[in-house]
Design a protein around this ligand. Structure first.
Ligand SMILES: [Zn+2]
Length: 243
């Protein structure tokens, strides 16, 4: 809407496009954790004003994909290995108890719901939809907490799952995600057989596996090129076809 200041027809991205392009670049690891997202460069790359870039950055910060640091700017979130360790440790403590309670009282309707959830996980994995598969692999656990029916525990677990989900989103391979889903299936089978001890052991092992299969770098941001990572075909076409 501005007067024609630019030299030629400039590509102007919408806030949604900026959010989508940065999310995609982070998920595909073109933008490494710890990478700085300079506002000025983003304005240049997307052909937009600062308020629009800030709007997009705020949106990304809400999803915790980027971290805004006062006076320093925006960075791709860099989860710390020790924090991840503590989060998974806390999950093991809580989920051991939750799975024991659930295995003792699970109804066929609840198990059928988990079966459908499992199918959705598998579809997302096969489709290569990283964001969706990550969300579903996390909500499987929160779903079990909801079935147990203690809202406080559900709230605590939900917070822990969202913290570990950021780490799995960034560092879980497709193969590890697929193993995770298979372990969910084994858990459901154990609960269906009312084998409480096995369900507890499987949950414990599952959380150990998920954590073990993550490769979280201790050092932030290797070299990267913001322009190349977010490169745009002028006219707004996506650089790659969506999977
Ligand atoms: Zn899981």
């Amino acid at each position: 809407m501005k007067t024609q200041k630019s030299k030629s027809r400039r590509f102007t991205a919408s806030t949604e496009t900026i959010v989508e392009r940065i999310t995609e670049a982070v998920l595909e690891q073109r933008l490494p954790p710890g990478a700085k997202l300079g506002e000025e460069k983003l304005c240049e790359i997307f052909g937009v004003s600062r308020p629009k870039v800030r709007q997009a950055l705020n949106r990304l910060a809400q999803n915790k994909l980027i971290t805004l640091r006062p006076r320093r700017g925006a960075f791709v979130t860099q989860p710390s290995p020790s924090e991840a360790q503590q989060v998974f440790d806390a999950r093991r403590v809580i989920e051991r108890e939750l799975i024991e309670r659930f295995a003792a009282c699970a109804t066929e309707r609840q198990l059928a719901e988990l079966d459908s959830h499992l199918e959705a996980e598998r579809r997302a994995i096969v489709a290569g939809n990283v964001a969706l598969r990550n969300r579903l692999l996390g909500t499987f656990h929160v779903g079990i907490a909801e079935f147990v029916g203690n809202e406080v525990l559900t709230h605590v677990l939900s917070d822990l799952v969202s913290r570990s989900s950021l780490v799995t989103l960034l560092f879980q391979t497709s193969r590890a995600a697929s193993c995770s889903s298979d372990e969910h299936a084994a858990l459901i089978a154990a609960i269906r057989r009312h084998d409480i001890d096995l369900a507890i052991r499987l949950m414990d092992e599952h959380l150990v596996h998920v954590e073990r299969d993550l490769a979280i770098p201790a050092e932030p941001a290797s070299k990267f090129d913001l322009h190349a990572a977010l490169s745009i075909v002028r006219g707004g076409t996506k650089r790659r076809a969506a999977a």
